[in-house]
Design a protein around this ligand. Structure first.
Ligand code: M6R
Length: 614
Protein backbone atom coordinates (compact mmCIF):
# COMPACT_ATOMS: atom_id res chain seq x y z
CA UNK A 1 0.00 0.00 0.00
CA UNK A 2 2.06 2.90 -1.27
CA UNK A 3 5.81 2.85 -1.61
CA UNK A 4 7.99 5.60 -0.26
CA UNK A 5 11.59 6.33 -1.12
CA UNK A 6 13.98 9.11 -0.17
CA UNK A 7 17.55 10.18 -0.82
CA UNK A 8 19.99 12.64 0.75
CA UNK A 9 23.61 12.56 -0.39
CA UNK A 10 26.06 13.85 -2.95
CA UNK A 11 24.52 12.32 -6.08
CA UNK A 12 21.59 13.53 -8.14
CA UNK A 13 18.52 12.23 -6.33
CA UNK A 14 16.07 11.90 -9.25
CA UNK A 15 17.45 8.76 -10.97
CA UNK A 16 17.84 7.02 -7.60
CA UNK A 17 14.30 7.92 -6.60
CA UNK A 18 12.78 6.82 -9.91
CA UNK A 19 14.62 3.51 -9.80
CA UNK A 20 13.42 3.08 -6.23
CA UNK A 21 9.83 3.81 -7.26
CA UNK A 22 10.01 1.16 -9.98
CA UNK A 23 11.17 -1.36 -7.39
CA UNK A 24 8.41 -0.34 -4.99
CA UNK A 25 5.70 -0.12 -7.62
CA UNK A 26 4.30 -3.48 -6.53
CA UNK A 27 3.07 -1.70 -3.37
CA UNK A 28 0.71 0.59 -5.29
CA UNK A 29 0.59 1.93 -8.82
CA UNK A 30 -2.27 4.33 -9.35
CA UNK A 31 -0.19 7.53 -9.27
CA UNK A 32 3.34 8.62 -8.48
CA UNK A 33 5.28 11.71 -7.58
CA UNK A 34 8.60 13.16 -6.57
CA UNK A 35 9.81 16.21 -4.60
CA UNK A 36 13.33 17.58 -5.12
CA UNK A 37 15.29 20.36 -3.47
CA UNK A 38 17.54 22.00 -6.03
CA UNK A 39 20.78 23.93 -5.46
CA UNK A 40 18.91 27.22 -5.28
CA UNK A 41 16.86 25.89 -2.39
CA UNK A 42 13.68 25.52 -4.47
CA UNK A 43 11.34 22.69 -3.60
CA UNK A 44 9.90 21.21 -6.82
CA UNK A 45 7.05 18.71 -6.71
CA UNK A 46 6.02 16.71 -9.79
CA UNK A 47 3.24 14.17 -9.65
CA UNK A 48 0.88 12.45 -11.99
CA UNK A 49 -1.80 9.79 -12.28
CA UNK A 50 -0.72 6.34 -13.45
CA UNK A 51 2.49 4.39 -13.22
CA UNK A 52 6.03 5.51 -12.48
CA UNK A 53 6.70 5.49 -16.22
CA UNK A 54 4.10 8.27 -16.61
CA UNK A 55 5.92 10.27 -13.96
CA UNK A 56 9.20 9.86 -15.79
CA UNK A 57 7.59 11.11 -19.01
CA UNK A 58 5.94 13.97 -17.15
CA UNK A 59 9.26 15.10 -15.66
CA UNK A 60 11.00 15.35 -19.03
CA UNK A 61 12.21 18.91 -19.61
CA UNK A 62 11.56 19.93 -15.99
CA UNK A 63 14.10 20.91 -13.34
CA UNK A 64 14.84 17.56 -11.76
CA UNK A 65 18.12 18.59 -10.15
CA UNK A 66 18.84 18.20 -6.46
CA UNK A 67 20.74 15.93 -4.12
CA UNK A 68 17.86 15.51 -1.70
CA UNK A 69 14.42 14.27 -2.56
CA UNK A 70 11.47 12.06 -1.72
CA UNK A 71 9.16 10.06 -3.97
CA UNK A 72 5.97 8.03 -3.72
CA UNK A 73 3.95 5.44 -5.60
CA UNK A 74 0.34 5.38 -4.46
CA UNK A 75 -2.48 2.97 -3.72
CA UNK A 76 -5.40 5.33 -3.15
CA UNK A 77 -7.23 5.41 0.15
CA UNK A 78 -8.57 8.97 0.50
CA UNK A 79 -9.54 10.48 -2.82
CA UNK A 80 -9.50 8.92 -6.26
CA UNK A 81 -6.22 8.31 -8.07
CA UNK A 82 -5.51 11.56 -9.90
CA UNK A 83 -2.72 14.12 -10.24
CA UNK A 84 -3.91 16.27 -7.33
CA UNK A 85 -4.31 13.45 -4.84
CA UNK A 86 -0.94 11.94 -5.76
CA UNK A 87 1.96 12.44 -3.31
CA UNK A 88 4.13 14.35 -2.38
CA UNK A 89 1.87 16.99 -0.90
CA UNK A 90 2.97 20.54 -0.30
CA UNK A 91 2.09 22.41 2.85
CA UNK A 92 0.15 25.70 2.55
CA UNK A 93 3.29 27.81 2.12
CA UNK A 94 4.80 25.19 -0.21
CA UNK A 95 7.82 25.15 2.10
CA UNK A 96 7.30 21.49 3.04
CA UNK A 97 6.67 18.37 0.95
CA UNK A 98 5.51 15.09 2.45
CA UNK A 99 5.12 11.48 1.29
CA UNK A 100 3.01 9.10 3.34
CA UNK A 101 2.10 5.42 3.45
CA UNK A 102 -0.79 4.71 5.81
CA UNK A 103 -4.02 6.31 6.94
CA UNK A 104 -4.62 9.26 9.26
CA UNK A 105 -7.87 8.34 10.96
CA UNK A 106 -8.63 11.73 12.54
CA UNK A 107 -7.83 13.72 9.40
CA UNK A 108 -11.36 15.12 9.08
CA UNK A 109 -11.24 16.68 12.57
CA UNK A 110 -7.75 18.05 12.00
CA UNK A 111 -8.80 19.43 8.63
CA UNK A 112 -11.70 21.33 10.22
CA UNK A 113 -9.36 22.82 12.84
CA UNK A 114 -6.90 23.88 10.16
CA UNK A 115 -9.63 25.40 7.97
CA UNK A 116 -10.62 27.52 10.97
CA UNK A 117 -7.00 28.64 11.15
CA UNK A 118 -7.17 29.78 7.52
CA UNK A 119 -5.60 26.75 5.82
CA UNK A 120 -6.92 25.71 2.42
CA UNK A 121 -6.67 22.30 0.77
CA UNK A 122 -6.14 21.23 -2.81
CA UNK A 123 -6.61 17.46 -2.49
CA UNK A 124 -9.02 15.07 -0.80
CA UNK A 125 -6.21 13.24 0.98
CA UNK A 126 -5.44 12.68 4.63
CA UNK A 127 -1.77 13.23 3.73
CA UNK A 128 -2.27 16.87 2.81
CA UNK A 129 -3.85 17.37 6.24
CA UNK A 130 -0.82 15.72 7.79
CA UNK A 131 1.69 18.07 6.14
CA UNK A 132 -0.45 21.08 7.03
CA UNK A 133 -0.48 19.98 10.68
CA UNK A 134 3.30 19.83 10.59
CA UNK A 135 3.49 23.31 9.12
CA UNK A 136 0.92 24.61 11.60
CA UNK A 137 2.82 23.38 14.69
CA UNK A 138 6.12 24.45 13.17
CA UNK A 139 4.92 28.03 12.95
CA UNK A 140 2.88 28.09 16.11
CA UNK A 141 5.62 26.74 18.35
CA UNK A 142 8.53 28.11 16.33
CA UNK A 143 10.11 24.68 15.84
CA UNK A 144 12.64 23.32 13.41
CA UNK A 145 11.44 20.56 11.05
CA UNK A 146 12.49 17.71 13.37
CA UNK A 147 10.76 19.31 16.35
CA UNK A 148 7.66 20.06 14.28
CA UNK A 149 7.32 16.47 13.03
CA UNK A 150 7.71 15.16 16.58
CA UNK A 151 5.07 17.55 17.85
CA UNK A 152 2.67 16.96 14.94
CA UNK A 153 2.81 13.22 15.50
CA UNK A 154 1.16 13.73 18.88
CA UNK A 155 -1.88 15.17 17.05
CA UNK A 156 -2.40 12.45 14.46
CA UNK A 157 -4.12 9.12 15.01
CA UNK A 158 -3.51 6.35 12.52
CA UNK A 159 -0.75 4.62 10.63
CA UNK A 160 2.12 6.18 8.78
CA UNK A 161 5.52 5.91 7.26
CA UNK A 162 6.51 9.38 6.14
CA UNK A 163 9.36 11.30 4.58
CA UNK A 164 9.43 15.09 4.62
CA UNK A 165 11.77 17.75 3.24
CA UNK A 166 11.87 21.53 3.54
CA UNK A 167 12.58 24.36 1.12
CA UNK A 168 15.95 26.06 1.67
CA UNK A 169 16.99 23.22 4.00
CA UNK A 170 18.92 20.77 1.79
CA UNK A 171 20.71 19.05 4.64
CA UNK A 172 17.73 17.50 6.40
CA UNK A 173 15.33 14.68 5.65
CA UNK A 174 12.93 13.67 8.41
CA UNK A 175 11.10 10.35 8.49
CA UNK A 176 8.82 8.58 10.93
CA UNK A 177 6.81 5.41 11.21
CA UNK A 178 3.87 3.95 13.04
CA UNK A 179 2.34 0.80 11.65
CA UNK A 180 3.79 1.12 8.13
CA UNK A 181 7.27 -0.15 7.27
CA UNK A 182 10.32 2.09 6.95
CA UNK A 183 14.00 1.39 6.39
CA UNK A 184 16.95 3.78 6.33
CA UNK A 185 20.02 2.85 4.26
CA UNK A 186 23.41 4.18 5.29
CA UNK A 187 25.89 4.68 2.45
CA UNK A 188 29.14 6.64 2.25
CA UNK A 189 28.08 10.27 2.66
CA UNK A 190 24.57 9.37 1.62
CA UNK A 191 21.32 8.12 3.08
CA UNK A 192 18.35 6.31 1.61
CA UNK A 193 14.80 5.84 2.75
CA UNK A 194 12.54 3.02 1.62
CA UNK A 195 9.33 1.15 2.43
CA UNK A 196 11.50 -1.91 2.05
CA UNK A 197 15.06 -2.71 1.12
CA UNK A 198 14.47 -2.95 -2.65
CA UNK A 199 15.29 0.71 -3.47
CA UNK A 200 18.33 0.59 -1.16
CA UNK A 201 20.11 -2.70 -1.78
CA UNK A 202 21.83 -1.56 -4.98
CA UNK A 203 23.62 1.21 -3.06
CA UNK A 204 24.28 -0.15 0.41
CA UNK A 205 23.75 -3.24 2.52
CA UNK A 206 23.82 -1.27 5.79
CA UNK A 207 20.31 -0.53 6.94
CA UNK A 208 18.39 0.51 10.02
CA UNK A 209 14.91 -0.95 10.42
CA UNK A 210 12.96 1.92 11.95
CA UNK A 211 10.82 0.77 14.87
CA UNK A 212 7.21 1.59 15.47
CA UNK A 213 6.54 5.11 16.78
CA UNK A 214 10.03 6.28 15.94
CA UNK A 215 11.14 9.53 14.30
CA UNK A 216 14.39 9.76 12.34
CA UNK A 217 16.52 12.78 11.63
CA UNK A 218 18.77 12.30 8.62
CA UNK A 219 21.30 15.11 8.37
CA UNK A 220 24.06 15.56 5.84
CA UNK A 221 27.44 14.71 7.36
CA UNK A 222 25.91 13.51 10.65
CA UNK A 223 24.95 10.20 12.25
CA UNK A 224 21.27 9.24 12.01
CA UNK A 225 19.36 10.38 15.11
CA UNK A 226 16.28 8.46 16.23
CA UNK A 227 13.80 9.17 18.99
CA UNK A 228 10.48 7.63 19.88
CA UNK A 229 7.18 9.35 20.49
CA UNK A 230 7.93 9.40 24.22
CA UNK A 231 10.91 11.58 23.32
CA UNK A 232 13.44 8.93 24.31
CA UNK A 233 16.62 8.65 22.24
CA UNK A 234 16.95 5.28 20.47
CA UNK A 235 20.37 3.93 19.60
CA UNK A 236 20.29 3.05 15.89
CA UNK A 237 21.02 -0.61 15.18
CA UNK A 238 22.66 -1.15 11.80
CA UNK A 239 21.82 -4.50 10.16
CA UNK A 240 23.30 -6.11 7.06
CA UNK A 241 20.93 -6.81 4.19
CA UNK A 242 21.10 -10.37 2.95
CA UNK A 243 19.14 -9.50 -0.15
CA UNK A 244 20.78 -9.83 -3.54
CA UNK A 245 19.94 -7.45 -6.40
CA UNK A 246 19.17 -10.35 -8.79
CA UNK A 247 16.42 -11.46 -6.41
CA UNK A 248 14.40 -8.34 -7.16
CA UNK A 249 14.84 -8.39 -10.94
CA UNK A 250 12.86 -10.36 -13.52
CA UNK A 251 15.88 -12.40 -14.63
CA UNK A 252 14.66 -12.88 -18.22
CA UNK A 253 11.06 -13.78 -17.36
CA UNK A 254 8.29 -11.61 -18.82
CA UNK A 255 6.70 -11.16 -15.40
CA UNK A 256 7.72 -11.45 -11.76
CA UNK A 257 4.81 -13.82 -11.22
CA UNK A 258 6.14 -16.33 -13.75
CA UNK A 259 9.65 -15.98 -12.37
CA UNK A 260 8.35 -16.63 -8.87
CA UNK A 261 6.32 -19.66 -9.99
CA UNK A 262 9.43 -21.13 -11.59
CA UNK A 263 11.56 -20.27 -8.57
CA UNK A 264 9.60 -22.62 -6.33
CA UNK A 265 11.97 -25.58 -6.43
CA UNK A 266 14.69 -23.19 -5.27
CA UNK A 267 12.56 -21.33 -2.72
CA UNK A 268 11.42 -24.59 -1.16
CA UNK A 269 15.06 -25.64 -1.03
CA UNK A 270 15.94 -22.42 0.82
CA UNK A 271 12.98 -22.90 3.12
CA UNK A 272 14.16 -26.40 4.07
CA UNK A 273 17.84 -25.55 4.14
CA UNK A 274 19.36 -26.32 7.55
CA UNK A 275 15.98 -27.45 8.81
CA UNK A 276 15.51 -30.77 7.05
CA UNK A 277 18.33 -33.20 7.59
CA UNK A 278 18.76 -35.33 4.47
CA UNK A 279 20.92 -37.88 6.24
CA UNK A 280 18.96 -38.38 9.42
CA UNK A 281 15.55 -37.68 7.87
CA UNK A 282 14.82 -35.28 10.71
CA UNK A 283 13.28 -31.84 11.00
CA UNK A 284 15.18 -29.32 13.11
CA UNK A 285 13.30 -26.13 13.79
CA UNK A 286 14.96 -23.98 16.42
CA UNK A 287 11.76 -22.04 17.16
CA UNK A 288 9.96 -25.29 17.95
CA UNK A 289 12.77 -26.91 19.95
CA UNK A 290 13.18 -23.77 22.06
CA UNK A 291 9.48 -23.50 22.79
CA UNK A 292 8.36 -27.10 22.82
CA UNK A 293 6.93 -26.78 26.33
CA UNK A 294 4.60 -24.06 25.08
CA UNK A 295 3.33 -26.41 22.40
CA UNK A 296 3.14 -29.31 24.84
CA UNK A 297 0.92 -27.28 27.16
CA UNK A 298 -1.02 -25.50 24.44
CA UNK A 299 -4.77 -25.55 24.92
CA UNK A 300 -5.26 -24.57 21.27
CA UNK A 301 -3.52 -23.22 18.23
CA UNK A 302 -5.14 -20.15 16.70
CA UNK A 303 -4.09 -19.32 13.16
CA UNK A 304 -4.79 -15.95 11.66
CA UNK A 305 -3.87 -14.43 8.29
CA UNK A 306 -5.34 -12.85 5.16
CA UNK A 307 -5.73 -13.91 1.53
CA UNK A 308 -3.32 -16.54 0.33
CA UNK A 309 -1.65 -16.75 3.74
CA UNK A 310 -5.04 -17.65 5.22
CA UNK A 311 -5.34 -20.48 2.69
CA UNK A 312 -1.95 -21.77 3.84
CA UNK A 313 -3.26 -21.50 7.41
CA UNK A 314 -6.26 -23.68 6.52
CA UNK A 315 -3.82 -26.39 5.47
CA UNK A 316 -2.07 -25.81 8.81
CA UNK A 317 -5.27 -26.78 10.61
CA UNK A 318 -5.36 -30.15 8.86
CA UNK A 319 -1.66 -30.66 9.63
CA UNK A 320 -1.64 -29.71 13.32
CA UNK A 321 -4.77 -31.68 14.09
CA UNK A 322 -3.57 -34.79 12.23
CA UNK A 323 0.04 -34.86 13.44
CA UNK A 324 0.05 -32.96 16.76
CA UNK A 325 -3.47 -33.64 18.04
CA UNK A 326 -3.79 -30.00 19.06
CA UNK A 327 -7.14 -28.37 18.31
CA UNK A 328 -6.79 -25.57 15.80
CA UNK A 329 -9.04 -22.68 15.05
CA UNK A 330 -8.35 -20.50 12.06
CA UNK A 331 -9.85 -17.21 11.09
CA UNK A 332 -9.19 -14.35 8.70
CA UNK A 333 -7.46 -11.62 10.67
CA UNK A 334 -9.97 -8.86 9.85
CA UNK A 335 -12.75 -10.88 11.53
CA UNK A 336 -10.66 -12.20 14.39
CA UNK A 337 -9.46 -8.76 15.48
CA UNK A 338 -12.95 -7.29 15.85
CA UNK A 339 -14.89 -10.34 17.01
CA UNK A 340 -13.97 -10.17 20.69
CA UNK A 341 -12.64 -13.75 20.51
CA UNK A 342 -11.94 -15.82 23.58
CA UNK A 343 -8.15 -16.11 23.84
CA UNK A 344 -6.43 -18.03 26.65
CA UNK A 345 -2.92 -17.46 27.92
CA UNK A 346 -2.10 -21.06 27.04
CA UNK A 347 -3.18 -20.54 23.44
CA UNK A 348 -0.60 -20.22 20.68
CA UNK A 349 -1.34 -17.75 17.95
CA UNK A 350 0.27 -18.35 14.58
CA UNK A 351 0.06 -15.28 12.36
CA UNK A 352 1.04 -16.06 8.77
CA UNK A 353 2.15 -13.33 6.40
CA UNK A 354 4.38 -12.98 3.37
CA UNK A 355 4.97 -9.24 3.78
CA UNK A 356 4.88 -9.19 7.57
CA UNK A 357 3.11 -5.83 7.30
CA UNK A 358 -0.55 -6.76 6.80
CA UNK A 359 -2.49 -4.39 9.06
CA UNK A 360 -5.25 -6.82 10.06
CA UNK A 361 -2.82 -9.62 10.85
CA UNK A 362 -0.71 -7.26 12.95
CA UNK A 363 -3.79 -6.10 14.86
CA UNK A 364 -4.94 -9.69 15.46
CA UNK A 365 -1.49 -10.46 16.78
CA UNK A 366 -1.61 -7.50 19.18
CA UNK A 367 -4.97 -8.66 20.47
CA UNK A 368 -3.64 -12.15 21.17
CA UNK A 369 -0.60 -10.70 22.90
CA UNK A 370 -2.76 -8.54 25.17
CA UNK A 371 -4.55 -11.73 26.20
CA UNK A 372 -1.29 -13.46 27.06
CA UNK A 373 -1.11 -15.89 24.14
CA UNK A 374 2.27 -17.02 22.83
CA UNK A 375 2.88 -15.70 19.30
CA UNK A 376 4.70 -17.93 16.82
CA UNK A 377 5.00 -16.19 13.45
CA UNK A 378 5.40 -17.51 9.93
CA UNK A 379 6.72 -14.73 7.81
CA UNK A 380 8.76 -14.14 4.66
CA UNK A 381 10.12 -10.63 5.00
CA UNK A 382 12.99 -10.55 7.47
CA UNK A 383 12.75 -7.71 9.99
CA UNK A 384 9.11 -6.94 9.09
CA UNK A 385 6.64 -5.74 11.74
CA UNK A 386 5.04 -9.16 12.20
CA UNK A 387 8.41 -10.88 12.39
CA UNK A 388 9.57 -8.39 15.01
CA UNK A 389 6.40 -8.60 17.03
CA UNK A 390 6.35 -12.35 17.60
CA UNK A 391 7.75 -14.35 20.53
CA UNK A 392 9.29 -16.82 18.15
CA UNK A 393 8.74 -18.12 14.66
CA UNK A 394 10.03 -19.52 11.42
CA UNK A 395 10.90 -17.52 8.34
CA UNK A 396 9.77 -18.98 5.04
CA UNK A 397 12.92 -17.76 3.23
CA UNK A 398 11.08 -17.68 -0.08
CA UNK A 399 13.10 -14.66 -1.19
CA UNK A 400 11.45 -11.41 -2.28
CA UNK A 401 8.01 -11.92 -3.80
CA UNK A 402 7.19 -8.99 -6.06
CA UNK A 403 4.26 -10.20 -8.19
CA UNK A 404 1.08 -9.13 -6.42
CA UNK A 405 -0.32 -12.65 -6.74
CA UNK A 406 1.31 -14.77 -4.09
CA UNK A 407 2.85 -18.00 -5.38
CA UNK A 408 6.16 -19.06 -3.84
CA UNK A 409 5.09 -17.44 -0.57
CA UNK A 410 2.18 -19.90 -0.41
CA UNK A 411 4.16 -23.06 -1.08
CA UNK A 412 6.88 -22.06 1.39
CA UNK A 413 4.28 -21.22 4.04
CA UNK A 414 2.78 -24.68 3.58
CA UNK A 415 6.28 -26.15 3.78
CA UNK A 416 6.93 -24.35 7.08
CA UNK A 417 3.59 -25.57 8.44
CA UNK A 418 4.48 -29.13 7.44
CA UNK A 419 7.90 -28.89 9.09
CA UNK A 420 6.33 -27.42 12.23
CA UNK A 421 3.63 -30.11 12.43
CA UNK A 422 6.21 -32.86 11.98
CA UNK A 423 8.63 -31.36 14.52
CA UNK A 424 5.92 -30.80 17.15
CA UNK A 425 4.27 -34.14 16.45
CA UNK A 426 7.57 -35.93 16.96
CA UNK A 427 8.29 -34.15 20.25
CA UNK A 428 4.78 -34.77 21.50
CA UNK A 429 4.79 -38.39 20.36
CA UNK A 430 1.61 -37.84 18.36
CA UNK A 431 3.03 -38.97 15.04
CA UNK A 432 4.08 -42.48 14.24
CA UNK A 433 7.89 -42.71 13.69
CA UNK A 434 7.63 -44.50 10.41
CA UNK A 435 5.13 -42.03 9.04
CA UNK A 436 7.31 -39.14 10.21
CA UNK A 437 10.33 -40.47 8.30
CA UNK A 438 8.28 -41.26 5.20
CA UNK A 439 6.96 -37.70 5.06
CA UNK A 440 10.40 -36.17 5.66
CA UNK A 441 11.86 -38.35 2.92
CA UNK A 442 9.11 -37.31 0.56
CA UNK A 443 9.44 -33.63 1.53
CA UNK A 444 13.03 -33.73 0.33
CA UNK A 445 11.79 -34.92 -3.08
CA UNK A 446 9.19 -32.20 -3.45
CA UNK A 447 11.39 -29.57 -5.21
CA UNK A 448 12.29 -32.03 -7.98
CA UNK A 449 8.63 -33.03 -8.31
CA UNK A 450 7.72 -29.35 -8.69
CA UNK A 451 10.22 -29.17 -11.56
CA UNK A 452 8.35 -31.96 -13.33
CA UNK A 453 5.12 -29.98 -13.05
CA UNK A 454 6.79 -26.80 -14.30
CA UNK A 455 7.85 -28.75 -17.42
CA UNK A 456 4.15 -28.98 -18.23
CA UNK A 457 3.82 -25.19 -18.54
CA UNK A 458 3.27 -25.29 -22.34
CA UNK A 459 0.52 -27.90 -21.90
CA UNK A 460 -1.15 -25.76 -19.22
CA UNK A 461 -0.82 -22.67 -21.41
CA UNK A 462 -2.72 -24.50 -24.17
CA UNK A 463 -5.50 -25.51 -21.80
CA UNK A 464 -5.77 -21.96 -20.50
CA UNK A 465 -6.39 -20.63 -24.04
CA UNK A 466 -9.58 -22.69 -24.22
CA UNK A 467 -11.06 -20.99 -21.17
CA UNK A 468 -10.41 -17.30 -21.66
CA UNK A 469 -14.08 -16.93 -22.74
CA UNK A 470 -15.29 -17.85 -19.23
CA UNK A 471 -16.99 -15.35 -16.94
CA UNK A 472 -17.06 -17.73 -13.98
CA UNK A 473 -14.99 -20.63 -12.73
CA UNK A 474 -15.66 -23.07 -9.94
CA UNK A 475 -12.78 -24.75 -8.08
CA UNK A 476 -13.43 -27.89 -6.06
CA UNK A 477 -11.23 -29.83 -3.67
CA UNK A 478 -11.49 -31.99 -0.57
CA UNK A 479 -9.41 -32.40 2.59
CA UNK A 480 -5.91 -30.99 2.21
CA UNK A 481 -6.86 -29.85 -1.28
CA UNK A 482 -9.93 -27.85 -0.32
CA UNK A 483 -7.71 -24.85 0.63
CA UNK A 484 -5.90 -25.41 -2.68
CA UNK A 485 -9.23 -24.95 -4.48
CA UNK A 486 -9.75 -21.66 -2.59
CA UNK A 487 -6.25 -20.55 -3.48
CA UNK A 488 -6.66 -21.51 -7.15
CA UNK A 489 -9.85 -19.45 -7.35
CA UNK A 490 -8.22 -16.44 -5.66
CA UNK A 491 -5.27 -16.60 -8.06
CA UNK A 492 -7.52 -16.62 -11.09
CA UNK A 493 -9.82 -13.81 -9.99
CA UNK A 494 -7.14 -11.41 -8.81
CA UNK A 495 -5.13 -11.40 -12.02
CA UNK A 496 -7.62 -12.27 -14.79
CA UNK A 497 -10.71 -10.56 -13.24
CA UNK A 498 -12.76 -13.69 -13.96
CA UNK A 499 -15.08 -14.48 -11.12
CA UNK A 500 -14.02 -17.72 -9.45
CA UNK A 501 -15.17 -19.53 -6.34
CA UNK A 502 -13.48 -22.26 -4.40
CA UNK A 503 -15.64 -24.86 -2.68
CA UNK A 504 -15.28 -28.08 -0.72
CA UNK A 505 -16.26 -30.52 -3.46
CA UNK A 506 -19.06 -32.21 -1.55
CA UNK A 507 -20.58 -28.88 -0.57
CA UNK A 508 -21.20 -28.19 -4.26
CA UNK A 509 -24.59 -29.84 -4.17
CA UNK A 510 -25.72 -27.43 -1.47
CA UNK A 511 -25.86 -24.54 -3.89
CA UNK A 512 -23.13 -23.97 -6.50
CA UNK A 513 -24.26 -26.95 -8.58
CA UNK A 514 -27.05 -24.67 -9.81
CA UNK A 515 -24.42 -22.67 -11.70
CA UNK A 516 -23.17 -25.58 -13.76
CA UNK A 517 -23.95 -25.66 -17.46
CA UNK A 518 -21.99 -26.44 -20.62
CA UNK A 519 -20.24 -23.06 -20.41
CA UNK A 520 -18.97 -23.40 -16.86
CA UNK A 521 -15.35 -24.48 -16.30
CA UNK A 522 -14.88 -26.48 -13.12
CA UNK A 523 -11.38 -27.08 -11.84
CA UNK A 524 -11.30 -30.20 -9.69
CA UNK A 525 -8.27 -30.82 -7.50
CA UNK A 526 -8.38 -34.61 -7.35
CA UNK A 527 -5.07 -36.28 -6.54
CA UNK A 528 -5.29 -39.96 -5.59
CA UNK A 529 -5.85 -39.84 -1.83
CA UNK A 530 -8.12 -41.20 0.88
CA UNK A 531 -11.14 -39.32 -0.43
CA UNK A 532 -10.43 -40.11 -4.08
CA UNK A 533 -13.55 -42.23 -4.62
CA UNK A 534 -15.68 -39.50 -3.16
CA UNK A 535 -14.22 -36.85 -5.41
CA UNK A 536 -14.72 -39.15 -8.41
CA UNK A 537 -18.43 -39.07 -7.55
CA UNK A 538 -18.31 -35.27 -7.35
CA UNK A 539 -16.68 -35.15 -10.78
CA UNK A 540 -19.46 -37.39 -12.16
CA UNK A 541 -22.05 -35.06 -10.71
CA UNK A 542 -20.45 -32.15 -12.54
CA UNK A 543 -20.24 -34.09 -15.79
CA UNK A 544 -23.90 -35.09 -15.58
CA UNK A 545 -24.68 -31.35 -15.67
CA UNK A 546 -22.38 -30.87 -18.71
CA UNK A 547 -19.78 -28.79 -16.86
CA UNK A 548 -16.33 -28.53 -18.51
CA UNK A 549 -13.84 -30.18 -16.21
CA UNK A 550 -10.15 -29.41 -15.79
CA UNK A 551 -8.78 -31.92 -13.29
CA UNK A 552 -5.55 -31.94 -11.36
CA UNK A 553 -4.81 -35.62 -10.90
CA UNK A 554 -2.03 -37.94 -9.83
CA UNK A 555 0.16 -39.42 -12.57
CA UNK A 556 -1.45 -42.57 -13.95
CA UNK A 557 -4.96 -41.56 -12.84
CA UNK A 558 -7.75 -43.57 -14.45
CA UNK A 559 -11.14 -42.70 -12.95
CA UNK A 560 -11.18 -38.90 -13.06
CA UNK A 561 -9.34 -38.86 -16.38
CA UNK A 562 -12.18 -40.83 -17.98
CA UNK A 563 -14.61 -38.06 -17.21
CA UNK A 564 -12.59 -34.82 -17.24
CA UNK A 565 -12.20 -32.72 -20.38
CA UNK A 566 -8.60 -31.85 -19.50
CA UNK A 567 -6.26 -33.45 -16.99
CA UNK A 568 -3.02 -32.07 -15.60
CA UNK A 569 -1.00 -34.74 -13.85
CA UNK A 570 1.14 -34.16 -10.78
CA UNK A 571 3.57 -36.71 -9.30
CA UNK A 572 2.36 -38.95 -6.51
CA UNK A 573 3.29 -37.94 -2.98
CA UNK A 574 2.25 -38.13 0.68
CA UNK A 575 -1.28 -36.82 1.20
CA UNK A 576 -0.25 -33.91 3.43
CA UNK A 577 2.27 -32.74 0.82
CA UNK A 578 -0.13 -32.75 -2.13
CA UNK A 579 -1.12 -29.06 -1.73
CA UNK A 580 2.43 -28.02 -2.63
CA UNK A 581 2.20 -29.93 -5.90
CA UNK A 582 -1.45 -29.37 -6.83
CA UNK A 583 -1.22 -25.60 -6.32
CA UNK A 584 1.50 -25.24 -9.02
CA UNK A 585 -0.67 -26.05 -12.08
CA UNK A 586 -3.35 -23.74 -10.70
CA UNK A 587 -0.83 -20.89 -10.45
CA UNK A 588 0.21 -21.53 -14.05
CA UNK A 589 -3.38 -21.81 -15.24
CA UNK A 590 -4.31 -18.44 -13.76
CA UNK A 591 -1.10 -16.86 -15.05
CA UNK A 592 -1.74 -18.00 -18.63
CA UNK A 593 -5.46 -17.19 -18.63
CA UNK A 594 -4.59 -13.65 -17.46
CA UNK A 595 -1.73 -13.11 -19.89
CA UNK A 596 -3.70 -14.46 -22.86
CA UNK A 597 -6.40 -11.94 -21.88
CA UNK A 598 -3.71 -9.25 -21.88
CA UNK A 599 -3.90 -8.41 -18.17
CA UNK A 600 -1.07 -6.95 -16.14
CA UNK A 601 -0.46 -9.94 -13.90
CA UNK A 602 2.22 -8.32 -11.76
CA UNK A 603 0.14 -5.25 -11.00
CA UNK A 604 -3.53 -6.21 -11.19
CA UNK A 605 -6.04 -3.40 -10.90
CA UNK A 606 -7.06 -2.11 -7.46
CA UNK A 607 -4.60 -4.38 -5.65
CA UNK A 608 -1.29 -3.84 -3.91
CA UNK A 609 1.20 -6.31 -2.59
CA UNK A 610 1.34 -5.25 0.99
CA UNK A 611 -1.97 -4.33 2.62
CA UNK A 612 -0.87 -1.96 5.39
CA UNK A 613 -4.33 -0.45 5.85
CA UNK A 614 -7.32 -2.29 7.25
O1 M6R B 1 1.62 -10.27 3.07
P1 M6R B 1 0.50 -11.17 3.50
O2 M6R B 1 0.79 -12.59 3.30
O3 M6R B 1 0.04 -10.86 4.90
O4 M6R B 1 -0.70 -10.75 2.54
C1 M6R B 1 -1.96 -11.31 2.67
C2 M6R B 1 -2.80 -11.05 1.44
O5 M6R B 1 -2.95 -9.68 1.23
C3 M6R B 1 -2.20 -11.69 0.18
O6 M6R B 1 -1.99 -13.05 0.33
C4 M6R B 1 -3.13 -11.46 -1.03
O7 M6R B 1 -4.32 -12.15 -0.87
C5 M6R B 1 -2.43 -11.86 -2.32
N1 M6R B 1 -2.65 -10.88 -3.33
C6 M6R B 1 -2.88 -13.15 -2.86
O8 M6R B 1 -2.25 -13.50 -4.04
Amino acid sequence: MCGIVGYLGNKEAFPILIKGLHRLEYRGYDSAGVALLNASGELNVYKTKGKVKNLEDYCKGKDISGTVGIAHTRWATHGEPNDVNAHPHYSQSENLALIHNGIIENYATLKELLIREGYTFKSETDTEVFVQVIEYVKKKFNLDLYGAVNRALTYVIGAYAIGIIEKNNPNILIAARKGSPLIVGIGKDEFFLGSDASPIVEFTKNVIYIGDEEVVKIERGQQVVINNLKDEIITPEVSQLELDLSEIEKGGFPHFMLKEIFEQPKSLGMCMNGRVSFDELEIKLRGITDNIDRFRKARRILITACGTSWHAGLIGKYLFEEFCHIPVSIEVASEFRYRKPVIYSDDILIPISQSGETADTLAAMDLARQNGAFIYGICNVVGSSIARGTDSGTYTHAGPEIGVASTKAFTTQVTVLIMMALAIGKELGTINHEKYHEIVKELINIPSKIKLILDKAPEIENISKVFTYAKNFLYLGRGYNYPVALEGALKLKEISYIHAEGYPAAEMKHGPIALIDEEMPIVVVAPKLDLYDKIVSNVQEVKARKGRIIAIVTEGDIEVSKVADYCIEVPDTEECLTPILTSIPLQLLSYYVATVKGKNVDQPRNLAKSVTVE
